[in-house]
Design a protein around this ligand. Structure first.
Ligand code: BES
Ligand code: MN
Ligand code: MN
Length: 462
């Protein structure tokens, strides 16, 4: 791929950004997260954003910027995040997560940038800064724009929530634009029309008051790891339905017609299996793979630990066992309610001889967006122009808890214009983002503004 002078510069800047290990979950990286916030402010200024600020919170800072052309014109608020997930396990990376490199792959013959955050969300967010720079330079920006880029998305956006609640006037806008999701394939653009909610729990099973010799005590006391596994296995039935009483009470069942419509989106089961190295899919009875990973709620163990995990063997019955368990939720499940149902049920199935502690880490609501709004239509037209084919509406399986919060607090819908691919390995070792995806994003975003402004003008003329 021959890059123009500007494209080369965008790439260099993006690589520089990726070198900052802005891991929001790790207190040791607090300074790096701050450095990333400063980097974003500088990038906004360089792109021509006249008003920028760093807003400190009790957690990581929020970067805010705005360019108000005329208060009477529509305002687009761009949201993104500059924080990233921890890169572990490090040994599974082919190159260092914070030393970005460009490599060609079969899916990315033009090259892809490999680094933590390459796609989620530094790469996708940076496209908006560069699109803004181009629009401003070309005099193509005919509306107001506000940027709100946070540093705590990967840890639950707690402080952004407070900020939004107390700054409704400042954040006033007509539409929120976000690139933090994916599309179906390189040549099959899609627009994410929904996100799942989330409830993230941590459980601890506590047995004897110290680790015990497994020969002297084994067989006579509860082993917390054995018990934890047993309890976890009770959370699903044989049809992979979740057994927590009341869990499905508020789930809105999708109509037959709507399911038929959704199932028109292209999906290749063999490719899906091959791409993640499995030979058999599995999940809730009565639903297919795509439904299971978008419109249905799920429960998964994310991590489990306890006892001896060092080199060689150590004969021991651990005193404690732990697991992190997340539930993906769908409309109209209430994550606070679900966390409580989980906690009550998990405690109720504890056998004698152990104590159980349950804590809620964070959560969020699910989100759906209609396809008949100006924002959606503008996004549709923008993708169509760049890709030469109509984008497909698709419910996503991931969560961005701040999106339903924006709707509740600001009364504004978000348009999820993602350019990533499932194969980008976000949150995994070897995360990457294609150069074509990056540059197509920068090409598509200004088209969104063009169509959005035209649609708004038409509306105000009626
Ligand atoms: N960008 C993702 C969410 C996402 C990715 C949605 C791809 C749809 C398609 C976001 O950064 C993320 O990872 N969200 C977390 C939730 C958060 C509360 C930690 C998630 O979905 O696990
Ligand atoms: Mn993200
Ligand atoms: Mn993420």
């Amino acid at each position: 791929m021959d890059l123009t002078v500007d494209q080369k510069r965008y790439l260099d800047e993006w690589l520089e950004f990726l070198k900052i290990p802005s891991i929001s979950a790790d207190p040791l990286h607090k300074k790096d997260v701050q450095a990333a916030a400063h980097w974003v402010v500088k990038a906004l200024q360089k792109a021509g954003c006249p008003e920028t600020e760093i807003i400190s919170t009790n957690g990581h800072p929020i970067v805010y910027g705005e360019y108000i052309l005329d208060p009477k014109l529509p305002t687009v608020l761009v949201y993104g995040h500059y924080d990233v997930q921890p890169p572990d396990p490090l040994e599974l990376w082919d190159s260092s997560p914070f030393e970005p490199i460009v490599k060609k792959t079969s899916l990315h013959p033009n090259g892809a940038v490999f680094a933590r955050g390459a796609c989620d969300d530094k790469g996708q967010m940076f496209m908006h800064i560069k699109a803004f720079e181009e629009m401003k330079k070309n005099g193509a920006l005919e509306c107001n724009i506000k940027f709100m880029i946070e540093g705590e998305e990967e840890v639950g956006s707690d402080h952004l929530e407070d900020f939004v609640k107390s700054n409704k006037e400042k954040l006033k806008c007509d539409i929120i634009l976000i690139s933090d999701t994916g599309m179906i394939a390189q040549d099959i653009p899609s627009i994410t029309t929904g996100l799942r909610g989330l409830s993230y729990m941590e459980v601890t099973v506590i047995g004897p008051n110290r680790d015990l010799h497994s020969g002297l005590y084994g067989g006579s006391v509860q082993n917390p790891i054995n018990v934890l596994c047993d309890m976890i296995s009770q959370l699903h039935d044989k049809d992979k339905k979740i057994t927590i009483p009341g869990f499905y009470n508020k789930v809105i069942e999708i109509s037959h017609d709507e399911r038929l419509e959704m199932n028109k989106a292209p999906f290749n089961a063999e490719e899906f299996k091959n791409s993640i190295g499995i030979d058999h899919v599995s999940g809730e009875k009565g639903y297919n793979t795509e439904e299971r990973r978008s419109i249905r709620p799920t429960l998964d163990v994310n991590g489990i630990w306890g006892g001896y995990i060092g080199e060689g063997a150590k004969t021991v019955i651990p005193s404690k066992a732990h697991a992190k368990i997340s539930m993906r939720l769908v409309p109209d499940q209430d994550w606070n309610e679900i966390s409580e149902l989980f906690s009550d049920y998990f405690k109720s199935i504890a056998p004698e001889g152990v104590k159980v502690e349950v804590i809620t880490h964070h959560g969020g609501y699910a989100y759906v967006t209609p396809v008949n709004t100006n924002g959606y239509i503008a996004a549709h037209r923008a993708y169509q122009e760049t890709f030469g084919t109509e984008p497909i509406p698709k419910r996503g399986g991931g969560s961005i808890p701040i999106v339903p919060m924006f709707e509740k607090e600001l009364g504004v819908k978000s348009i999820l214009m993602g350019f990533g691919l499932d194969s980008d390995a976000i949150h995994s070792p070897n995360e990457h983002y294609g150069l074509s995806n990056f540059f197509k994003g920068i090409e598509t975003i200004p088209k969104f503004y063009k169509h959005y402004i035209n649609l708004s003008k038409q509306e105000s003329n009626i």
